[in-house]
Ligand binder design. Structure first.
Ligand code: BT5
Length: 270
């Protein structure tokens, strides 16, 4: 059963072009029944936390045209000018925090599938939270959690995608946009709706404890199995060959010191 026609867009803007293009009849069960839309906001993840404190429901979305303090992991700056897609999904998943990595994976595979559907492009996932096209970053995912007695209290999945935006000079060479790769402008409304529909079915799979689908799709979209990598996390560095991901979504690495299970860090291919 779907929830068509239930999406409610809550916007402080009287006249905006983007929110009018969001599908009003999203084919989702949980995700996107309420969408909080802003022209400009500091960070959609921060506003999501504010809404959680006020008591918003599972699957609510915060969406903005521009973020002025967009964040990556470890408080890195996430450049979020007009033309990109910057949003956060609020979730109350009923599983243990040890599966949190699977939420990031579910988000990544949803973005890849949606980009493939809307364009002919074939993005590749880079562990742990990047999506690349021709080796350049087009999307980043920032998953934040609060845990309570070995359960996830809430999770905020922040997704940033370079769609039709311009890139800062500092990002030239390391990042790209969908428009640059596709050759023409892309409908943000269509892409956004498609990602939400994809994510809805993946989230329901996770809630049904069907983790293997997410792991398998993620592995095939990351093409990482068998690759030699270096992973840096603060002052720790580990090198090895990736043999897969475990039940919790951790990377399994065959290193000189044996098998290692890795859940955080920045990866470099060798
Ligand atoms: C990420 O962090 O890739 C997660 C980015 C999540 C952004 C979303 S947007 C909606 C929500 N609200 C937020 O405030 N955040 C989330 P990380 O793996 O730490 O990568 C950060 C690095 O990516 C930076 O240090 C830059 O090198 C690079 N970067 C910054 N802006 C970028 C952009 N627009 N496109 C590609 N790379 C970028």
């Amino acid at each position: 059963m779907s929830n068509k026609n239930k999406t409610k867009i809550i916007s402080s803007e009287s006249n905006n072009s983007f929110s009018e293009k969001i599908k009003q009849n999203l084919d989702t069960k949980v995700i996107g029944q309420e969408i909080f839309y802003f022209k400009t906001i500091p960070s959609t993840n921060d506003y999501a936390r504010f809404l959680i404190n006020k008591g918003v429901e599972d699957g609510a979305i915060v969406l903005a045209d521009v973020q002025i303090s967009g964040r990556g992991r470890k408080s890195r700056v996430w450049s979020s000018p007009e033309g990109g897609l910057w949003f956060s999904i609020i979730l109350y998943p009923s599983f243990s925090p040890k599966y949190a990595m699977l939420l990031t994976m579910a988000a990544s595979i949803s973005v890849v599938k949606a980009v493939r559907e809307i364009t002919y492009l074939k993005p590749v996932i880079k562990w742990p939270n990047d999506i690349l096209i021709d080796g350049k970053k087009v999307c980043g995912v920032l998953t934040e959690l609060e845990t309570k007695e070995d359960k996830i209290g809430y999770s905020i999945i922040g997704i940033g995608i370079n769609v039709n935006n311009k890139l800062n000079k500092e990002l030239h060479g390391q990042a790209t946009t969908l428009k640059e790769k596709y050759g023409s402008k892309i409908s943000k409304g269509d892409l956004f709706s498609c990602i939400l529909e994809q994510f809805d079915s993946n989230y329901i799979r996770l809630m049904d404890n069907d983790f293997s689908y997410i792991r398998e799709k993620w592995l095939s979209m990351s093409k990482i199995a068998g690759r030699e990598v270096i992973i840096r996390d603060d002052d720790k560095t580990i090198q090895g060959v990736v043999s897969g991901v475990d039940d919790n979504g951790q990377l399994i690495l065959k290193s000189e010191d044996g098998i290692k299970y890795i859940s955080t860090g920045d990866l470099e291919y060798i």
